[in-house]
Structure formats: C-alpha cells, structure tokens
Design a protein around this ligand. Structure first.
Ligand code: ADP
Ligand code: MG
Length: 720
C-alpha cells in the first residue's frame, strides 16, 4: 500500500542562505579587478626593455613570438604566478567541442633524491603537447598520426584560476595539428581578426580616416542560464547526462504571468551572482549587468564589450565560473539551450561591432555628414554580408540543443534577417530613391540626406524576435545558443564583414579611377548594395507565420534544423570565402562540418538512450506499481477506481508502445558516416523520443506524486 512518508530527497535545500560562505563584502572592486591577470603592465614591469619591446611587437602586430625571449618571459610568468599562489600551469585552449580544455602541469617537479625543482621553461610556455588524440578533429589528425600541439596566444593575457585549496596559471593558447591545421576555435578567430583589420583599414583610408593603426572587432556577450536546486538535479538522470529534462509535464503555471522578468532576485541567487562577479572581476572580466530573465529560474549576466579575441576567452570563463560556483550554493547552473520544454530557452546575445584601436566605433552613426557616410558604408557592408551568408550565420549556431530554440516555437527563428529599425531603413530607401530628407539643409552631398537623425540606442526588447538586430551602434546576433562558444560566430562575422567591406571598397576605388568623385561613387555603391540586399532587412515580428511566408517569397533561406544548416557549411561559396580570407582551409572547414555532425548525432543518441533508460527503469515501473496498488484494493463499486485503472492502464500501454518504438530506433545508427547518423537521429530518433515523452508526461498527471520517481517542473521551477 502507499507509504505516507514524503521522500525528503525530493525536497530542495532551503533557499535561504545558511551555511554558505559569502565572499567578504569589503573587497573593493577597483582593487580586485584583474588582480589574477598577468596584465601587460604587470608583465612590462617584470621584463627588461628589449624583451618587452619584442613581446609588445608580437602583441601589437600579431608577429611570431621570438623563441629567444621565451625563456625570460616564462620565468617572469612563473614568478608572478607563484607569488599568487599557483602551483601548476596549464595551456588553456578551446577544442572543437565548444568548451575549454586544460591539462595541468606542476611547476615543481620532484627529483630522484627526494627534493624538488621548480621549472617552467620558455619551450613549455610557447608550446605544449597535450595528449590530444581524443579531442575531436574531424579527421584532421588521425589518432595514429600523433598529437596536436598548443601554442601560446600572447594577445590574450594569462590568468590564475583558483579552486578550493589551490591555484593554476592558465595560459591562453591555440591548438593545432602538427601539420599546422587549426583544431580549435581560437586559431580561425585570430586569423579572421587579421583579415578584418586589413579590409576595414583600407576602407577607412578611402574615407580619409587615418587616425588609427588597427581595426578590431568588438564583442559583448549576454549570457542566459537557469539555476535549479541541486537536490532536484541529483534526482534527474536526464539533467545530469544531457543537460536538459527529457520528461516533465507542463505545470499549471509556466511563464504566463511574466512576473519573473526583471523581478527581484532571490537572496541565494543574488549571493551566488555576487560571488561569481567577484571571481570574474579578479579575472579582469568587466561584468556589468545581472537580472532575472523571462522564464522562472532563468537569469542573465553581461559584461562590457571588449576586443573579440579577449571577449571570447572571457566568455568561456564566464560559463566556467557560473557552472562551478553554483554548486557551492547547492545550485546547478544549466547552460543548455532548452532545459525545460514549454518554457523559454536560453541564448546568448553576441553584440558585435568594429572599432579602431583609437576607439572609433565604425557602426556608430556620427555627428557630421562625413562620419555618417562612413557609418552607412559599414552598415551597408553588413547588410550585404548577412544576406549573402545567411547559411553561414545559421550554420555557426547549429547544434542539436539550439534546434529547440531556432525554428521551434521560439524566437529568434531559423530564418536570418536584419532588424535595422524604421529610421535607418528609411534613410537607405531615400538614398536609393534619390529623394532627400525633408530637412535638406546641410545636404549630405549626393546622399540627399542631412545629418542622420539621432538613432535610438538599443531598442531592447522591442525587437526580440530578430536574429540579427542593429541596436544603435552595434549588431546583436541573437541566434547563438547559451552553451555554445561564441568564437565561431565571431569568426564568421569578422570574415563575412571583411569580404563585403573589401568588395564595396574596391568598387568605389575602381569608380574613382574612372574619375568619379568619391561621394558619387559611394552613393552608387550604397544604392546598389541596398537594392540587391534589402530583402534581408525585416523590422517586424520574426516569429509570425506571416514572416515565414514573406521570407520564402523573398527567397531567404529557412534552414530549420541543425542538420540542414551544417550541410551547407562546405558549399563552394563558403569554401571560397574562408580559404581566400585565409581563415579556414577547405580541409579545416570540412573538419568542422564533420565535428558538428558528430556532436549532433552523439547528443541525440545519448538523449535517446537516456529517454529509453529512464522510461523503462523509472517511469513505466511507477505506472505499473500504481496499477498494482489500485488492483489490489478491495474497494468495490467505485467509479473512481475503475476509471482511474482504465486511464492509467491506457497511458501505461501508450508509454510501453512508445518505448518499444524508441528502442528499435536506438538500435539503428542510420549508416556509417556522421552525416547519415545525424539524419537518422533527426528523422527517426527525435520523433520516437517525442512519443515517449508525451506518454510519460501524460502519466505524470495521473500518478500520485509520491510514486512519481523524479521531481517535476512545478518543483524544479517554482520551489525556491
Ligand atoms: P542592454 O542590452 O542591456 O540594453 P547594451 O545594449 O548597452 O545593454 O549592451 C549589451 C551588450 O552589448 C553589452 O555586453 C555591451 O557591452 C555590448 N556592447 C555595447 N557596445 C558594443 C560595441 N560597440 N561592440 C560590441 N559590443 C557592444
Ligand atoms: Mg540583448
């Protein structure tokens, strides 16, 4: 018979803070900030002038590190790190899995005579050899052909990561095969920075803008995440193995009330956030905002933007610190794109722009007609770039988990489009029609537009449905998934921007060679770019079915699933783009496709097996136990009993049938190639999982909660 005891392991920890050590509030941010970073200034002070000069040249111009200074730099680094309490060092890199990897080496090596020597040589600084044969390489580095190696990236500063009782010096590195092919996300990002610098610098010079030595892309990433109580997490095999709930009936209350958004943050969560922020400050990461997100249990953190390579490294650290710190508070941080069905998922807004090293933002509309022409030029280049490379933007955010957002019942859609805002759209339209603005005073030469009206900064939530929105002085790419690395996205943006900028600039140049004035040439180029690419601009609701139809009419791509998008990655257009830019060779691009397919199919394969496992060993048994209980009562003539038995039996049958169906699909892989396997997962396995889930969720509504073996949505999302 039923036991009346409630299962205390299903209860959350107390959401009040009790036994958690709270970081000392006296820490002054200005003192803490970057205290665990080997900043350039710190390094300069520790190096002789000639060594510093050589290193600075490497950092500024992306030159190759001179091996003869490596020894001295390594010693300075080690000394600094040991003063900070570090006992180990690691080359910290971004393998194609999307996370970061590290293999710690001790600074101190025990010797045979029982003493110890402390060592960290120049060679160990510049180059490491992690036994990398098990990192995904998309076939670039067949395992028998030995390891990849890591190479120091001196443009991103080294830092200290602390744990309970120690600290490690982390040296940001690139990761490549012995044949020099990129096995990571950092290498192509660095290459794309070079390519963007070249294109944008040349274009700026056409405008007579000379006050700079370098153009870089800038990036600020808003990160969404969920927090659930650890006690719930521990009871959910699906969360532990796949990062998302594979089961769970929609609770009577979801996010309808919208009362969580920007609401006050629970104490335990706020304390956790403060702790994370302190650690991030120490790492020199300028986190600035925190708030509740739309869904219950969902939060967001965002730093101030930085140069893209550093921002990408910092973004990885933000994820790592958020994940690691949560456990201290009895919480688990879920980065998955869709941890809870029927509730908003988590994304990452990649804010992106281009700026000179002198601080001039190329996407900032200016005060003078001249500045505005420059702004319109770079803006037009982005419109062209996004229209031409819709497939790449979709592919660089493609993953099994992000499919639950893109193209599913959630914004942003899988169709790439640009939100420009009415005003900017209007300006482009007026340029094309040759009609000036109403206030044609100072007249922007042939543009027929005077000084641009003041464009509103960040339209915020107004255009949340657009995957790529202009927000006043930057673009916001919102299709990136919450768990993804932003590096590939930045690489794509840099590369496609560079290509369009180069093309538009060279058209202007050739027109000028034919004696056209710069202004006249510019106007023609803007007109042409807009006429050809305006179809990508859409200021309305990207979520509406009306838009889906309209987009189809406009000939825009709608790559609904990751599989469709990954398929496009190695198309001739993309191979040409990346190889001519020197960002990714054809082989490197193919390797990325291979890895993306591989991860796609493995993710779903693991989810499907977890679904079957939990269904068979936890959920169906609960249904049968209840049926057994009901059948063994000696109540007679009860409509309630008969009806319940009928309902539960029918629901259990449905679950059992669905499990059989899933089991058959799980025994198949669909073929030998990762491509075939991915198709099988998408076309056969996912639907079978959906059937199992529907049946199980129906049972969850029928079975007494004390018999239901896993915590439900109503507990995980609302009990706090
Ligand atoms: P919110 O979205 O909260 O209104 P903002 O629009 O100011 O805030 O910024 C969102 C993110 O965009 C922040 O990380 C911010 O630093 C970043 N950002 C602002 N300007 C730029 C820029 N020029 N380049 C890249 N990122 C930027
Ligand atoms: Mg945003």
């Amino acid at each position: 018979m039923f036991s009346l005891e409630t299962d205390i392991t299903k209860m959350p920890r107390n959401w009040r803070l009790k036994d958690v050590p709270v970081p000392s509030p006296s820490d002054v941010v200005s003192e803490v900030f970057a205290s665990d970073v080997l900043t350039l200034e710190e390094l300069r002070q520790r190096l002789s002038k000639p060594v510093w000069k050589s290193l600075a040249a490497t950092i500024d111009r992306g030159a190759v590190v001179d091996p003869s200074i490596a020894e001295t730099v390594a010693l300075a680094m080690k000394t600094w790190a040991m003063e900070k309490g570090a006992t180990h060092y690691t080359h910290w890199f971004q393998p194609l899995t999307g996370s970061t990897a590290e293999k710690h080496e001790s600074f101190v090596t025990p010797t045979a005579d029982g003493s110890a020597i402390s060592q960290f040589t120049g060679r160990e600084l510049i180059q490491g050899e992690p036994d990398a044969s098990s990192f995904p390489s998309g076939g670039l580095r067949a395992t028998f052909e030995a390891r990849g190696y890591t190479a120091w990236d001196p443009t991103s500063p080294a830092f200290i990561m602390r744990h309970g009782n120690g600290a490690t010096l982390c040296i940001p590195t690139a990761f490549a095969s012995w044949t020099g092919e990129a096995l990571d996300h950092k290498t192509p990002l660095l290459r794309s920075m070079v390519c963007l610098n070249e294109a944008a610098s040349n274009a700026l010079k056409l405008f007579g803008f000379e006050d700079f030595s370098r153009v870089e892309s800038t990036c600020g990433v808003e990160q969404e995440y969920f927090l659930v109580d650890e006690q719930f997490f521990l009871r959910r095999t699906d969360l532990a193995l796949t990062g998302r709930t594979l089961f769970g009936a929609k609770p009577p209350r979801g996010q309808e009330l919208e009362d969580h958004y920007f609401g006050s943050i629970p104490d335990r969560v706020l304390t956790y956030m403060t702790d994370c922020e302190h650690q991030l400050y120490a790492l020199g990461i300028p986190v600035k905002t925190r708030h509740n997100e739309v869904a219950p249990g969902q939060y967001e953190i965002a730093p101030i933007f930085e140069q893209s390579n550093i921002a990408a490294d910092h973004q990885q650290l933000v994820m790592q610190i958020l994940r690691n710190t949560a456990r201290r508070y009895g919480l688990v941080c879920l980065m998955h794109e869709k941890p809870f069905a029927g509730i908003n998922g988590s994304g990452k807004h990649l804010n992106w722009s281009m700026a000179t090293d002198t601080g001039h933002n190329l996407l900032e509309p200016g005060e003078t007609p001249h500045e505005n022409m420059q702004f319109l030029f770079f803006c037009a280049a982005m419109i062209k770039a996004v229209d031409r490379h819709q497939d790449l933007l979709r592919a660089c955010v493609a993953s099994a988990s992000n499919d639950h957002r893109l193209g599913a019942n959630e914004a942003p859609p899988a169709i790439m489009s640009i939100f420009l805002g009415e005003q900017l759209t209007d300006i482009f339209e007026r340029i094309v029609s040759g009609k000036g603005g109403s206030a044609k005073k100072s007249g922007l030469l042939g543009l027929g537009t005077p000084v641009l009206p003041h464009l509103p900064r960040h339209a915020g939530d107004r255009n949340r449905t657009s995957p790529f929105a202009f927000t006043g002085n930057k673009f916001e790419f919102r299709a990136v998934g919450s768990s993804q690395s932003v590096s590939f996205g930045i690489t794509v943006l840099n590369t496609i921007a560079a290509e369009s900028i180069r093309e538009l600039a060279s058209i202007i140049e050739s027109k000028m060679k034919k004696k056209q004035s710069f202004e006249a040439a510019l106007v023609e180029v803007l007109k042409e770019a807009w006429t050809k690419h305006a179809r990508i601009v859409f200021n309305g609701d990207g979520y509406s079915t009306k838009w889906h139809k309209e987009a189809e009419k406009r000939g825009l791509l709608n790559l609904r699933t990751a599989v469709d998008a990954i398929d496009q990655l190695v198309g001739a257009k993309n191979v040409a783009l990346f190889s001519s830019a020197g960002v990714l060779s054809e082989r490197e691009l193919e390797a990325r496709q291979e890895v993306l397919f591989d991860q796609y199919f493995k993710t779903i394969n693991i989810e499907a097996e977890t679904t079957e496992w939990m269904g068979r060993t936890q959920l169906l048994p609960a249904a049968l136990e209840y049926l057994g209980d009901l059948a063994s009562t000696n109540i007679e003539d009860s409509r309630a009993l008969d009806r319940t038995i009928g309902q539960v039996a029918a629901a259990a049958d449905t679950l059992s049938d669905a499990l059989e169906e899933l089991s058959v699909q799980n025994q198949e892989l669909g073929g030998d190639s990762v491509h075939e396997k991915s198709h099988h997962m998408r076309d056969n396995v996912l639907p079978a999982m959906t059937h199992v889930r529907a049946a199980a969720d129906a049972l969850e509504r029928l079975i007494p909660s004390k018999l239901w073996p896993i915590p439900g949505y109503r507990e995980m999302l609302f009990v706090k």
